[in-house]
Design a binder for this molecule. Structure first.
Ligand SMILES: [Zn+2]
Length: 194
C-alpha cells in the first residue's frame, strides 16, 4: 500500500487492517516506532513544537495486533474483577480500546501524544499547552484529532485529545476546516468521486 492509500485507510470497529497489510517501521522518539513513510512528518512536528517551547511526548505508537489482543484481554479481566459480566466488560473495554486488528496503532499511522508535565490520558489533557499546540498545528504535519468530543456516536471511541492519526497534510487540512471525523470525511470523498 502506498502512502496516499494509507492516508485514507479507515480503521474502526467495523473496519480492520487488511490481512496482507505490511508495516515497515522507523523509530521516532525513544522506543516509539511509526510507519517509515510518516517518520519525517512526526520528527518535523516534534522539532517545530520544541522550537515553540512545547514538549510533545509520545506515549503510544505502533502496537502489534498480538500486543493489542493482550491489552484488550487484560482490560476485560480488570473490569470483570470489578464485578462486570464478560459482555459488559467487553463493551466497556471497546469504548476506550480498539478491537485487535482494528486499532490505528496496529497500522503505525497513529500516535498518542502527551507532554512531560501532563501524562494522564484523560479529558483534561486538552487544557495543556501541548494540546493547544497540536490543535493549532498537527494538521500541517498531516495529523488529525481522530476521536473528537461529541463525535463518539460516529467514531465509537470516547473523546481522546491525545490520539492523532496521520492522513497527510491535504486531507488533514480539509478535515480540520470542515470539523469532520475521518468516517464522515471518507464518506464525503466517496460521494464526490462517484
Ligand atoms: Zn491512541
Amino acid at each position: 500500500m502506498d502512502l496516499s492509500e494509507k492516508c485514507t485507510l479507515l480503521l474502526n470497529s467495523e473496519h480492520s487492517l487488511p490481512s496482507d497489510y505490511v508495516v515497515e517501521l522507523e523509530t521516532v522518539q525513544e522506543v516509539h516506532q511509526v510507519d517509515k513513510d510518516i517518520a519525517g512528518f512526526v520528527r518535523n512536528m516534534l522539532d517545530d513544537a520544541k522550537a515553540d517551547g512545547v514538549d510533545l511526548l509520545i506515549c503510544s505508537s505502533y502496537r502489534s495486533v498480538a500486543r493489542q489482543r493482550e491489552l484488550f484481554e487484560q482490560r476485560i479481566k480488570k473490569h470483570m474483577s470489578e464485578g462486570m459480566t464478560y459482555e459488559e466488560a467487553k463493551a466497556k473495554t471497546g469504548l476506550s480500546l480498539a478491537i485487535p486488528g482494528h486499532s490505528e496503532h496496529n497500522s503505525g499511522l497513529a500516535l498518542d501524544i502527551v507532554t512531560p508535565r501532563y501524562q494522564i490520558l484523560d479529558d483534561d489533557f486538552d487544557k495543556t499547552e501541548a494540546f493547544k499546540w497540536l490543535d493549532k498545528n498537527a494538521h500541517k504535519y498531516g495529523f488529525i484529532l481522530r476521536y473528537p468530543k461529541n463525535k463518539t456516536y460516529i467514531t465509537k471511541i470516547k473523546y481522546e485529545p491525545w490520539h492523532y492519526r496521520f492522513v497527510g497534510p491535504e486531507h488533514a487540512k480539509r478535515i480540520k476546516e470542515k470539523g469532520l471525523t475521518l468516517e464522515e470525511y471518507l464518506e464525503e470523498l466517496k460521494n464526490v468521486s462517484s
